[in-house]
Design a binder for this molecule. Structure first.
Ligand code: ZN
Length: 238
Protein backbone atom coordinates (compact mmCIF):
# COMPACT_ATOMS: atom_id res chain seq x y z
CA UNK A 1 0.00 0.00 0.00
CA UNK A 2 1.23 3.47 -0.88
CA UNK A 3 1.07 6.11 1.80
CA UNK A 4 0.74 9.82 1.28
CA UNK A 5 0.46 12.54 3.87
CA UNK A 6 -2.77 14.30 4.83
CA UNK A 7 -1.80 14.71 8.49
CA UNK A 8 -4.04 15.13 11.50
CA UNK A 9 -3.75 11.55 12.70
CA UNK A 10 -6.48 10.02 10.53
CA UNK A 11 -5.77 7.48 7.80
CA UNK A 12 -7.98 7.10 4.76
CA UNK A 13 -8.18 3.83 2.82
CA UNK A 14 -9.95 3.59 -0.53
CA UNK A 15 -11.48 0.21 -1.39
CA UNK A 16 -12.64 1.31 -4.85
CA UNK A 17 -15.95 2.82 -6.05
CA UNK A 18 -17.36 4.85 -3.10
CA UNK A 19 -16.01 2.65 -0.30
CA UNK A 20 -13.70 4.21 2.30
CA UNK A 21 -12.28 3.52 5.72
CA UNK A 22 -11.45 6.47 7.96
CA UNK A 23 -9.43 5.48 10.97
CA UNK A 24 -7.85 7.49 13.75
CA UNK A 25 -7.79 8.21 17.45
CA UNK A 26 -8.97 4.70 18.18
CA UNK A 27 -12.06 4.89 15.97
CA UNK A 28 -12.76 3.32 12.58
CA UNK A 29 -15.57 4.32 10.25
CA UNK A 30 -16.46 2.59 6.98
CA UNK A 31 -18.50 4.45 4.40
CA UNK A 32 -20.47 2.71 1.62
CA UNK A 33 -18.48 -0.51 2.06
CA UNK A 34 -18.88 -2.37 -1.21
CA UNK A 35 -15.80 -4.48 -0.53
CA UNK A 36 -16.39 -6.96 -3.35
CA UNK A 37 -16.61 -4.57 -6.30
CA UNK A 38 -15.40 -5.00 -9.90
CA UNK A 39 -12.03 -3.30 -9.24
CA UNK A 40 -11.07 -4.76 -5.86
CA UNK A 41 -12.18 -7.45 -3.46
CA UNK A 42 -11.18 -6.88 0.15
CA UNK A 43 -11.94 -9.62 2.68
CA UNK A 44 -13.81 -8.30 5.73
CA UNK A 45 -11.09 -9.82 7.93
CA UNK A 46 -8.58 -7.43 6.32
CA UNK A 47 -10.54 -4.33 7.36
CA UNK A 48 -9.97 -4.86 11.09
CA UNK A 49 -12.22 -3.60 13.88
CA UNK A 50 -15.02 -1.27 12.76
CA UNK A 51 -17.02 1.03 15.04
CA UNK A 52 -19.44 2.55 12.54
CA UNK A 53 -20.63 1.84 9.00
CA UNK A 54 -22.22 4.82 7.26
CA UNK A 55 -24.46 4.10 4.28
CA UNK A 56 -25.26 7.14 2.11
CA UNK A 57 -28.19 5.54 0.25
CA UNK A 58 -29.79 2.25 -0.63
CA UNK A 59 -28.28 1.43 -4.03
CA UNK A 60 -26.48 -1.91 -4.05
CA UNK A 61 -23.11 -0.37 -4.95
CA UNK A 62 -23.25 1.62 -1.68
CA UNK A 63 -24.96 -0.74 0.78
CA UNK A 64 -22.44 -3.23 -0.55
CA UNK A 65 -21.33 -5.71 2.12
CA UNK A 66 -22.80 -3.74 5.04
CA UNK A 67 -24.92 -6.59 6.48
CA UNK A 68 -22.02 -9.05 6.45
CA UNK A 69 -19.50 -6.55 7.88
CA UNK A 70 -21.89 -5.48 10.65
CA UNK A 71 -22.44 -9.11 11.56
CA UNK A 72 -18.72 -9.90 11.64
CA UNK A 73 -17.49 -6.74 13.39
CA UNK A 74 -20.45 -5.72 15.57
CA UNK A 75 -20.30 -2.23 14.06
CA UNK A 76 -23.21 0.17 14.37
CA UNK A 77 -24.78 0.99 11.00
CA UNK A 78 -25.84 4.59 10.39
CA UNK A 79 -28.29 5.40 7.58
CA UNK A 80 -31.33 7.52 6.85
CA UNK A 81 -34.37 6.37 8.87
CA UNK A 82 -36.14 4.37 6.12
CA UNK A 83 -33.00 2.55 4.99
CA UNK A 84 -32.05 1.81 8.61
CA UNK A 85 -35.38 0.01 9.11
CA UNK A 86 -34.78 -2.11 6.01
CA UNK A 87 -31.23 -2.98 7.12
CA UNK A 88 -32.55 -3.99 10.54
CA UNK A 89 -34.98 -6.36 8.81
CA UNK A 90 -32.05 -7.74 6.83
CA UNK A 91 -30.29 -8.76 10.04
CA UNK A 92 -28.26 -5.75 11.19
CA UNK A 93 -28.49 -5.69 15.00
CA UNK A 94 -27.24 -2.20 15.74
CA UNK A 95 -28.77 0.41 13.45
CA UNK A 96 -28.94 4.15 13.91
CA UNK A 97 -31.61 5.79 11.78
CA UNK A 98 -31.15 9.51 11.36
CA UNK A 99 -31.91 12.29 8.93
CA UNK A 100 -30.40 15.27 7.16
CA UNK A 101 -29.09 18.17 9.19
CA UNK A 102 -28.91 16.03 12.29
CA UNK A 103 -25.76 14.93 14.08
CA UNK A 104 -25.21 11.58 15.78
CA UNK A 105 -22.60 11.93 18.51
CA UNK A 106 -21.01 8.72 19.73
CA UNK A 107 -17.66 7.60 21.05
CA UNK A 108 -16.10 11.00 20.45
CA UNK A 109 -17.20 11.21 16.81
CA UNK A 110 -19.76 13.57 15.33
CA UNK A 111 -21.56 12.13 12.31
CA UNK A 112 -23.81 14.54 10.42
CA UNK A 113 -26.09 13.59 7.54
CA UNK A 114 -26.14 16.02 4.62
CA UNK A 115 -28.13 16.60 1.46
CA UNK A 116 -27.41 14.72 -1.78
CA UNK A 117 -29.11 15.16 -5.15
CA UNK A 118 -29.70 11.59 -6.34
CA UNK A 119 -32.27 8.79 -5.86
CA UNK A 120 -32.49 5.85 -3.47
CA UNK A 121 -34.00 2.39 -3.66
CA UNK A 122 -32.71 -0.84 -2.22
CA UNK A 123 -33.02 -4.57 -2.73
CA UNK A 124 -35.23 -6.07 -0.05
CA UNK A 125 -36.75 -9.56 -0.04
CA UNK A 126 -36.03 -9.91 -3.75
CA UNK A 127 -37.65 -6.63 -4.74
CA UNK A 128 -36.46 -3.08 -5.31
CA UNK A 129 -38.12 -0.83 -2.70
CA UNK A 130 -37.90 2.88 -1.82
CA UNK A 131 -35.18 3.49 0.78
CA UNK A 132 -35.78 7.07 1.91
CA UNK A 133 -33.72 9.96 0.56
CA UNK A 134 -30.09 9.73 -0.49
CA UNK A 135 -27.58 11.67 1.60
CA UNK A 136 -23.96 12.32 2.38
CA UNK A 137 -22.02 12.37 5.66
CA UNK A 138 -19.70 14.71 7.51
CA UNK A 139 -17.51 12.92 10.05
CA UNK A 140 -15.66 14.89 12.73
CA UNK A 141 -12.98 13.10 14.73
CA UNK A 142 -12.18 13.93 18.38
CA UNK A 143 -9.18 16.10 17.35
CA UNK A 144 -11.39 18.14 15.00
CA UNK A 145 -10.31 16.52 11.72
CA UNK A 146 -13.40 16.65 9.50
CA UNK A 147 -14.16 14.72 6.32
CA UNK A 148 -17.15 14.94 3.97
CA UNK A 149 -18.31 11.95 1.90
CA UNK A 150 -20.75 13.34 -0.67
CA UNK A 151 -22.42 10.02 -1.49
CA UNK A 152 -23.81 9.91 -5.01
CA UNK A 153 -24.82 13.40 -5.98
CA UNK A 154 -25.04 16.20 -8.47
CA UNK A 155 -23.32 19.41 -7.45
CA UNK A 156 -25.62 21.65 -5.42
CA UNK A 157 -25.21 25.22 -4.22
CA UNK A 158 -25.87 24.30 -0.58
CA UNK A 159 -22.46 22.64 -0.49
CA UNK A 160 -21.57 26.18 0.63
CA UNK A 161 -23.56 25.50 3.80
CA UNK A 162 -21.53 22.34 4.41
CA UNK A 163 -18.38 24.46 4.20
CA UNK A 164 -19.82 27.16 6.43
CA UNK A 165 -21.10 24.75 9.08
CA UNK A 166 -18.47 21.98 9.18
CA UNK A 167 -15.38 23.19 7.26
CA UNK A 168 -14.31 19.74 6.03
CA UNK A 169 -10.58 19.49 5.38
CA UNK A 170 -11.11 16.41 3.24
CA UNK A 171 -13.83 15.93 0.63
CA UNK A 172 -14.57 12.55 -0.97
CA UNK A 173 -16.36 13.45 -4.21
CA UNK A 174 -17.83 11.35 -7.04
CA UNK A 175 -16.47 12.22 -10.50
CA UNK A 176 -17.55 9.35 -12.77
CA UNK A 177 -20.45 11.15 -14.52
CA UNK A 178 -23.60 9.40 -15.85
CA UNK A 179 -25.05 8.63 -12.36
CA UNK A 180 -23.09 11.30 -10.45
CA UNK A 181 -21.06 14.46 -11.00
CA UNK A 182 -18.46 14.56 -13.76
CA UNK A 183 -15.08 16.22 -13.07
CA UNK A 184 -16.43 19.63 -14.18
CA UNK A 185 -19.23 19.57 -11.61
CA UNK A 186 -16.91 18.10 -8.97
CA UNK A 187 -14.49 21.01 -9.57
CA UNK A 188 -17.32 23.44 -8.88
CA UNK A 189 -18.13 21.41 -5.75
CA UNK A 190 -14.52 21.99 -4.65
CA UNK A 191 -14.96 25.73 -5.10
CA UNK A 192 -18.10 25.63 -2.93
CA UNK A 193 -16.58 23.36 -0.25
CA UNK A 194 -12.99 24.67 -0.25
CA UNK A 195 -11.43 21.55 1.27
CA UNK A 196 -7.65 21.18 1.64
CA UNK A 197 -7.76 17.73 0.08
CA UNK A 198 -10.14 16.03 -2.31
CA UNK A 199 -10.12 12.32 -3.05
CA UNK A 200 -12.10 11.47 -6.19
CA UNK A 201 -14.35 8.40 -6.14
CA UNK A 202 -17.12 6.63 -8.05
CA UNK A 203 -15.21 6.46 -11.34
CA UNK A 204 -13.72 3.65 -13.40
CA UNK A 205 -15.77 0.90 -11.73
CA UNK A 206 -17.97 0.45 -14.80
CA UNK A 207 -17.35 1.69 -18.37
CA UNK A 208 -20.06 4.40 -18.07
CA UNK A 209 -18.22 6.06 -15.15
CA UNK A 210 -15.82 7.85 -17.45
CA UNK A 211 -14.58 10.81 -15.36
CA UNK A 212 -10.91 10.74 -14.32
CA UNK A 213 -8.83 12.39 -11.58
CA UNK A 214 -6.67 13.98 -14.33
CA UNK A 215 -9.73 15.82 -15.66
CA UNK A 216 -10.58 17.00 -12.15
CA UNK A 217 -7.01 18.29 -11.70
CA UNK A 218 -7.25 20.08 -15.04
CA UNK A 219 -10.47 21.84 -13.92
CA UNK A 220 -8.79 22.86 -10.65
CA UNK A 221 -5.55 24.18 -12.15
CA UNK A 222 -6.33 27.70 -10.92
CA UNK A 223 -7.10 26.50 -7.38
CA UNK A 224 -3.76 25.20 -6.04
CA UNK A 225 -4.99 25.37 -2.44
CA UNK A 226 -7.18 22.31 -3.12
CA UNK A 227 -4.99 19.21 -3.49
CA UNK A 228 -6.41 16.30 -5.47
CA UNK A 229 -5.23 12.96 -4.10
CA UNK A 230 -6.05 10.17 -6.54
CA UNK A 231 -5.98 6.93 -4.58
CA UNK A 232 -5.86 3.61 -6.34
CA UNK A 233 -8.21 0.97 -4.91
CA UNK A 234 -6.44 -0.52 -1.90
CA UNK A 235 -4.31 2.55 -1.16
CA UNK A 236 -4.16 4.36 2.14
CA UNK A 237 -3.23 7.96 2.99
CA UNK A 238 -2.20 8.84 6.50
ZN1 ZN B 1 -26.56 5.62 -6.24
Amino acid sequence: MTEKIIGRDVSVTYYGHAAFRLSGQGKTVLIDPWLANPVLTTPVSQVGPVDFILVTHGHADHVGNTVEIARETGAQVVAIHELSLLLAQQGVDKVVGMNKGGTFKAEGLEITMTQAVHSSTTEHEGRLVPAGDPGGFVVKFPNGFTAYHAGDTAVFKDMELIRELYRPELALLPIGSHYVMSPAEAALACRLLQPKFVIPMHYGTFPVLTGTPEELKEHLKDLPEVRVIALKPGETVE
